[in-house]
Design a binder for this molecule. Structure first.
Ligand code: KG4
Ligand code: ZN
Length: 338
């Protein structure tokens, strides 16, 4: 008999629900984005995000069930993101998931949002062999994770300051592009030459797998300010392309360096920044050249969605990793905890 799980995701600014069969068959994946609401503020406003999740969660749940052609009674469990993320936003999804689990007397499975991002790779490559090395690059995290087997996560390195997505968002702001910054920088960079402007790459000490992006961000800001002060015309597309190339170079170089040390069977990319096609292409090419298999999920599975939550929840479900109905939101949850 197949296992049908409902996935729920409300950690930031997408209200999402999905129905996933046996962990990897996505029967529906509904995402109600709040981007338009937050755009005029230049970023996510937590209070507005929570309110919008409240308005959206029931219709999104109904739509996910309808599109999958199932009813509540067909569900075997509910997987929900309980952290990391915005506290008020997480609570909305958590309360909805608990309500469904309680009313139907089916298991509740709390899922770490970062673990969910990693599982987006299983949606396209269900028979992954271990160990794998995964770079999780999102708005709040840049984590390099070694996974010897499912559920066993070892954090090899992380950013010491800005996350990669955060750097994209901040640079987008100084370039006068709107929120969310990553996709806009990528779009503008297509018209630029990545070799016209060279921005610094921070590789840090020789033996660390950590990252740092605040120096790069500051270099972009300083370049723009100096050019304006001196009345020099700035080619914004070249700035976007040069910045993006610097991020991609550091991420890919550091993933490959870690792969040489830890020899994974496969290299994975995950998180919102993995939607960046320049990054995805560079990682796949460099991995292949070094003799590693590489997987990058399609953009719709990289940015926040509930299908990846249901997928991660399924493997926890198989291990009996059920959560109590007292499960609370954990806004600061890290990789490897939970
Ligand atoms: O994983 P995600 O959707 O939410 C979090 O868990 O944070 O990641 C959002 C981040 C944002 O910083 C956004 O600018 C970035 O991912 N992002 C991108 C692209 N699409 C989203 N960054 C670079 N290129 C993209 N195409
Ligand atoms: Zn995310």
């Amino acid at each position: 008999m197949s296992v049908i799980l409902l996935g729920v995701e409300t950690s930031c600014d997408e209200t999402s629900a999905a129905v996933v069969e046996d962990g990897v068959i996505v029967r529906s994946n509904i995402i109600a984005s709040q981007v338009d609401l937050h755009r005029k503020f230049g970023g996510v406003v937590p209070e507005i995000a929570s309110r919008r999740h409240l308005e959206g969660i029931n219709p999104v749940l109904q739509e996910a069930l309808a599109e999958a052609g199932v009813t509540f009674r067909d569900l075997h469990g509910v997987a929900v993101t309980y952290g990391p993320g915005l506290a008020g936003a997480l609570l909305v999804g958590l309360m909805a998931a608990k309500t469904v689990a309680f009313a139907l007397d089916i298991p509740l499975i709390g899922v770490n949002h970062l673990e969910a991002h990693i599982h987006a790779n299983f949606l396209i490559e269900p028979n992954l062999s271990f160990p794998v090395l995964c770079l999780v690059v999102s708005g709040g995290h840049t984590d390099l994770v070694f996974i010897s087997r499912l559920g066993d996560y070892r954090l090899l390195g992380r950013t010491r300051d800005d996350a990669a997505g955060e750097a994209f968002d901040k640079v987008a702001r100084v370039l006068g592009l709107g929120y969310p910054g990553g996709p806009q920088v990528e779009r503008l960079a297509r018209d630029g030459n990545p070799e016209h402007l060279f921005f610094p790459r921070a590789y840090l000490e020789e033996n660390t797998h950590d990252f740092s992006f605040s120096g790069l961000k500051t270099a972009v800001i300083n370049y723009l300010e100096k050019s304006r002060r001196e009345g020099r015309e700035v080619n914004l597309a070249d700035v976007a392309a040069g910045f993006q190339q610097a991020v991609v170079d550091v991420l890919v170089d550091k993933v490959l360096a870690a792969a040489e040390v830890h020899r994974p069977a496969r290299i994975l990319l995950a998180g919102g920044v993995a939607a960046n096609r320049t990054l995805a292409k560079a990682l796949k090419e460099r991995a292949a050249a070094a003799g590693f298999a590489g997987t990058v999920p399609p953009p719709a599975f990289c940015t926040d969605n509930a299908a990846m939550v249901a997928c991660a929840g399924y493997y926890r479900y198989l291990r009996g990793g059920f959560s109590p109905l007292t499960l609370n939101a954990a806004p600061g949850l890290g990789m490897g905890c939970g």
